[in-house]
Write a protein that binds this ligand. Structure first.
Ligand code: C5P
Length: 327
């Protein structure tokens, strides 16, 4: 059978621990971070193009995105906004482009392709939605083009596309060193499920802007651990209560200073019986740890009444690595 289409999925993430060093000569920050992949997965289908095309195309790669994050009106508006963007800036397109260039070095002739992205991860929220698109697109294109890239090769490709892409490829609970893009999986069969409520903000936050404020106040750590610390060795084995005690994000303090709405949300969380909470990545989404799914629902009901909370998403982790769903 000739395969004409492959669908792959990849998870979003929350950083359980995010420690940031000082900006280096490349403009990036060395990190010591521990990711948990979430059961909020983007789906990307890469197909050999059909004759009728309903999408923007660049260099023989067409892309169309459907957002399924919120209510139908918001989803439609967000889908239109993303579909109006220059496809060259789309991480899924760049991922397919990269795998196609590898396929060509292997002597393969790749016809035009279409990419369909279904988004479930909150957009511009610090949850790696764009990076998950890239991770799923790398995985799908590798299968469709028969390039035979292994996990290390894909991680290397992911690193070239964005610092969070390797985490979305790796899934589970993983240590990220370097720029947070050199992964070591930490979870195993004894890892319990962790329950989360994600609190969405009304306005987005750009990662470079957050790092700019962080740098301006000289908040970067002089030294970062080069291996997993003893205090974090258990993170992939503990339940939500113990996990909550270890949650730590260096970017949270500065983001709470520049975004009073998020400060208000954190105060509201303190008035609940949540296990703990932290800013997700560079924000503005806040991840709240819950005991179980029922507790997550009751926290979401309470916190969704806060004016600073634009919406809530209930999810859990850790989630599987990026993987092929069907061909
Ligand atoms: O790699 P990615 O394109 O996802 O990163 C987005 C931005 O986040 C970068 O342009 C940089 O400003 C910032 N960043 C950083 N240090 C990292 C990761 C990201 O400064 N380790």
């Amino acid at each position: 059978m000739i395969v004409v289409s492959v669908t792959a999925s990849a998870p979003g993430k929350v950083n359980l621990v995010l420690w940031c060093g000082r900006q280096d000569e490349h403009g990036y920050h060395p990190l010591y971070t521990i990711f948990e992949a979430l059961n909020l997965r983007e789906t990307v289908t890469v197909s050999f193009a059909r004759p009728v095309r309903d999408r923007r195309t660049v260099d023989g790669i067409g892309v169309r995105t459907v957002v399924t994050v919120a209510d139908s009106t918001t989803n439609e508006r967000l889908s239109d906004q993303i579909n109006a963007l220059d496809p060259e800036r789309n991480l899924a397109v760049r991922a397919v482009h990269l795998v196609r260039s590898i396929a060509r070095t292997q002597g393969k002739d790749i016809p035009p392709v279409d990419i369909d992205v279904v988004k479930r991860i909150p957009i511009a929220g610090g949850m790696a939605g764009g990076s998950a698109d890239a991770a799923a697109a790398l995985t799908a294109a590798n299968e469709l083009f028969g390039t035979g890239l292994d996990a290390d090769d894909l991680e290397e490709c992911g690193r070239r596309l964005g610092a969070d892409v390797p985490a979305c490829l790796a899934g589970g609970i993983s240590l990220g060193l370097g720029y947070g893009d050199h992964m070591t999986r930490l979870d195993g069969t004894s890892t319990p499920t962790h329950h989360w409520v994600l609190l969405l903000a009304h306005d987005g936050l750009a990662t470079p802007a957050v790092f700019h404020h962080f740098d301006a106040r000289g908040m970067g750590r002089e030294e970062l651990p080069h291996t997993l610390l003893n205090e974090h060795e258990n993170l992939a084995r503990v339940d939500g209560t113990e996990l909550a005690g270890a949650l730590d994000n260096d970017l949270e303090q500065i983001v709470r200073t520049i975004r009073p709405d998020l400060e208000a949300t954190f105060h509201a969380i303190e008035r609940t019986d949540a296990l703990g909470a932290l800013l997700s990545g560079s924000g503005p989404t806040i991840a709240v740890a819950a005991r179980d799914r029922d507790h997550a629902h009751s926290l979401a009901a309470t916190l969704s009444r806060e004016p600073s909370v634009a919406g809530t998403v209930i999810t859990s982790g850790p989630s599987n690595p990026a993987k092929v769903e069907n061909t």
